[in-house]
Every structure is written in structure tokens, then in C-alpha cells.
Design a protein around this ligand. Structure first.
Ligand SMILES: *Cc1c(COP(=O)(O)O)cnc(C)c1O
Length: 392
């Protein structure tokens, strides 16, 4: 009997309930010597880590340990930990920006928290109140704010991670876990051109119906590295992932195409979140901004009288090739936290000529450029929109 009753009228010792994750119990131990923050021009995505990290561990009896913000450093883990053997790992990716007021802010972090909750459920890892995690992230970002270069396009990339630490070779869910958050200063994704080339790949699939492509699980990424290397060898920046002929995503980014309509408006297509694509925060943001164009807000490079009709519908590479040949394909672009928005310049298709997209002087099409400008100005606090910015 779990809740203090033996069922015969006599009270028994109540088993202590596992402790919930509690941000109010955080202890902060600052590093004795702080690292030197590299000059902005030397920042390479994910290379430099900040001084501190947030850590809490889960034990099935005692629950979540009191969270600690402490100096960044290695973990010691049992070699048969579930994370090493069975890939019970997942992560989130979000950015903190310095606003015009000098305060760090996160962009729509509650969406990352919800997605993390879905991811951990999928691999049966211990759960926690993600509002508590968000408070801990705010605290960590606050502690690390000197790591955020106060320059347009620069931010602190925040990587919440959850791994299974059950030490057994038994093939089963991990009832022990380690939750941690690390930070890495980051600059603009592209230093020069913002035009990507994509290679459509159907021989290897990133995701499939009923699979885990819709969750940010670490296990989804290792199998993408070999096809990515092959694409790079053939001169393409990223893989355009297909299922058969159907487009799902590009690299680890969501994919959009923009078509000219006869009435002058624009049609925009992006694959639906049917479980085979990752429901990106940037994807959601881009859809919301396009829907609001001409009413609640305006995209800077698009006349407010030009309506954008957005369709979350499956599209195939043949359709895209057809639209290109008819001259209707205005733009293709990819979106994600790291890149924000990137335009696509060409798409390679096995045995066919590359699909060429219109080239623009700014190296981004007007829709992609508008979205990039709009989103970064909201992220950096130059513009207020909804409640999309959370000050740390
Ligand atoms: C993280 C990720 C994205 C982008 O999601 P955002 O929340 O916008 O960063 C898209 N596709 C994949 C496969 C991803 O892992």
C-alpha cells in the first residue's frame, strides 16, 4: 500500500514520496576562476562552454536532488548507464539574447519545455515540472549573462539535456536520470552567404510514420551523420530528408516553400506535424507571423496588401520541381533556433538537374528575409510581440 494505509485500518509508515524538482532549493557555487570570453569573431557554434552548469539527479526513492548551479565540468557515470547502452537521451535547444535594456531574455521557452516533456515521455524517463526547469534556466542564464555578446545576431545557446543513468544492462526504462543545462555563446550561423544548397535523399530516412522523428531524442541524430557527409562530399550543404517522394525536413531544420499566386498573393507550404517532422519553435513562430501579416503585424519586405496563405500540407520533390519549371516557385527556406531562417538556393535530386531557385541581391528572398528580420528583432527585444520574450 503506497499511501499510508495497510488496508486494515492501521496506519503504517508512509513511504516518502520522491521529491519533485524544486527551483527554490537551488544552490549556487560560483567558479573560482572565470574563463575568458572569446572575442565574438572567434565564436564557432557549440565550441565554447560557459563557466557554470545546472544539474539535478533523479533517484526512484528520493526523487529529484536539490538543483545545483556549479562550475562546468565532466560527469562520472557507470559504463553500463542506460544513456550509453540504450540511448535514453534527449535535449532541447534555445537561445538567450541581450535585449536593448541590457537584460538577457529567452524566446518562447515554454514551447521548449513542453517539447522536452513530450520527449522524455517517449523514452520513459522520469518526469518533472518543466516550469521549475525554466526557473532554473532563467537563473543560470542570469549567472552567465556576461557570456552573451551584446551584438546583433549573437546569443547564448542553452542546451537542457536529460539522460537515463540506470546502471544495468537490463533492457528496460531508466528509473534514474541526470538533468543538466549547459550554455555556449554563439554568433550568426552564416558569416557570408545565407543561401543553402540541399540534396534530396530518399535512400536513408530520418523519420517514418510511427517513429520518433517528432521528438527531440538524441538517438534521431547519429543516423543522419553518414548521409550528411555524403551530401557534403557531393557539394551540398544539407540533406533534404524525404519519405519516398515526400519532403519532411532539411538537416535539423523545418522546410518551407513560397509560391506566386495568380491573384498576386503568396501561397506557403510546409509539411504538417504528423509525427515525421520535429515541431520546431521557429516553425511555429514563422507560421504565426505569416498568418498575422497584414492584420496583427507586418513582414517588413512584403506589402501589407499581399496576403500570405499558409498550408501545413505534404509536398513532394516532384511538385517543387514542377513549380520551379512553371516559374511559380519564389523561395524555399529552412528554419530552426540555430539558423533562425536560411534561404535555399538549389536542391539536388538524384539523376536529375538541380532545382534552381530565384537568386536575390540580399541573398535571401523577401519572405525569408522578412521573417529573419522580424524574429531576430523580437528575440533581441527591439520589438515587442505577444509574450514571446521572457526576461531572465
Ligand atoms: C531542433 C530541430 C528543429 C528546429 O526546432 P526549433 O525549435 O525551431 O529549434 C527542426 N528539426 C529538427 C530535426 C530538430 O532537431
Amino acid at each position: 500500500m503506497a499511501n499510508g494505509s495497510a488496508g486494515n485500518g492501521y496506519a503504517v509508515h508512509a513511504e516518502p514520496k520522491p521529491a519533485p524538482l524544486d527551483a527554490s532549493k537551488v544552490t549556487v557555487t560560483l567558479a573560482e576562476t572565470l574563463k575568458e570570453v572569446p572575442p565574438p569573431e572567434d565564436l564557432v557554434f557549440g565550441k565554447h562552454m560557459s563557466d557554470h552548469m545546472m544539474v539535478s539527479t533523479y533517484h526512484p526513492v528520493t526523487g529529484w536532488s536539490d538543483p545545483e548551479i556549479k562550475p562546468y565540468g565532466p560527469f562520472m557515470l557507470d559504463p553500463v548507464s542506460s544513456c550509453f547502452q540504450y540511448s535514453t537521451n534527449l535535449f532541447e535547444g534555445m537561445k538567450a539574447y541581450i535585449g536593448v535594456d541590457g537584460k538577457p531574455r529567452l524566446f518562447r521557452p515554454e514551447l521548449n519545455m513542453k517539447r522536452m516533456e513530450r520527449s522524455l515521455g517517449r523514452v520513459a524517463l522520469p518526469s518533472f515540472d518543466t516550469n521549475e526547469l525554466l526557473k532554473l534556466i532563467q537563473k543560470l542564464v542570469h549567472v552567465e549573462s556576461r557570456w552573451i555578446p551584446n551584438l546583433n545576431g549573437y546569443s547564448l545557446y542553452v542546451r537542457p539535456t536529460l539522460i537515463g543513468t540506470r546502471a544495468s544492462l537490463g533492457v528496460a526504462a531508466s528509473d534514474h536520470a541526470l538533468l543538466y543545462v549547459v550554455c555556449s555563446p554563439t554568433g550568426p550561423y552564416f558569416r557570408t552567404s545565407r543561401m543553402l544548397s540541399l540534396m534530396a535523399v530518399s535512400e536513408h530516412v530520418r523519420s517514418w510514420p510511427g517513429g520518433t522523428g517528432g521528438y527531440k531524442l538524441s538517438g534521431n541524430y547519429a543516423p543522419t551523420f553518414m548521409p550528411q557527409k555524403e551530401a557534403a562530399k557531393k557539394g551540398y550543404d544539407q540533406v533534404l530528408w524525404l519519405i519516398g517522394e515526400t519532403i519532411t525536413e532539411a538537416g535539423a531544420m523545418n522546410f518551407f516553400v513560397v509560391l506566386q499566386r495568380e491573384d498576386g498573393d503568396l501561397d506557403v507550404y510546409t509539411p504538417p506535424t504528423d509525427g515525421t517532422i520535429l515541431p520546431g519553435v521557429t516553425r511555429d513562430t514563422v507560421i504565426a507571423l505569416m498568418k498575422a501579416h497584414g492584420s496583427k503585424t507586418n513582414l517588413p519586405e512584403i506589402p501589407s496588401t499581399q496576403k500570405i496563405h499558409i498550408y501545413e500540407e505534404s509536398i513532394t520533390v516532384s511538385q517543387v520541381a514542377q513549380w520551379a519549371s512553371e516559374g511559380r516557385l519564389l523561395e524555399a527556406f529552412t528554419v530552426g533556433t540555430a539558423v533562425v531562417v536560411a534561404s535555399v538556393g538549389r536542391i539536388g535530386v538524384e539523376g536529375k538537374e538541380d532545382i534552381q531557385l530565384p537568386q536575390h541581391e540580399s541573398s535571401m528572398g523577401p519572405v525569408a528575409l522578412s521573417l529573419f528580420e522580424k524574429i531576430t528583432s523580437i528575440q533581441e527585444g527591439r520589438e515587442q510581440y505577444e509574450d514571446w520574450s521572457l526576461v531572465c
